[in-house]
Design a protein around this ligand. Structure first.
Ligand code: ZN
Ligand code: ZN
Length: 143
């Protein structure tokens, strides 16, 4: 993720563009997500912001994150489980999934950005883009 100041600027302008009020709750949630390196679920985010926002409900956290996705402040990451995973990094990047702890780690590789579409795709499909997802065991879990 880019430096914090420009990300906060991006947050402010996206909120303004979409007539979203910049409430303390939304700000805290965005900043907590920005400093996360694991693409957390709403449940994990709820636990993380409770100290700063003791009165927030899980529902509000979940709804706020979904609103952020809707207006393009953050993205939803592909998930191996049913719970949605949230991604504050809207720049082009790829993902490494740890099969042990579930952490999703960002990486950038220009070679993966422009790969050719598979020749044997089912007929009629129009490819607009793609992301590479690698699976493995992360540094923390290997220790
Ligand atoms: Zn791991
Ligand atoms: Zn990501």
């Amino acid at each position: 993720v880019n430096d914090k100041t420009s990300e906060t600027e991006r947050f402010f302008s996206k909120c303004r563009e979409n007539n979203l009020k910049i409430t303390p709750q939304r700000r805290v949630l965005f900043e907590a997500l920005l400093s996360a390196d694991d693409h957390p679920t709403a449940e994990v985010m709820y636990r993380r912001v409770r100290e700063k926002l003791p009165n927030i409900s899980y529902d509000t956290v979940n709804r706020t994150l979904l609103t952020f996705v809707e207006v393009g402040i953050i993205r939803q990451a592909e998930s191996r489980e049913s719970a949605k995973r949230f991604d504050p990094n809207v720049e082009r990047h790829h993902h490494f999934h740890c099969i042990k702890c579930g952490r999703i780690i960002d990486f950038v590789d220009p070679n993966y950005d422009n790969f050719d579409s598979p020749r044997n795709l089912p007929e009629g499909l129009l490819v607009l883009g793609g992301r590479v997802v690698l699976e493995g065991i992360c540094d923390r879990c290997r220790e």
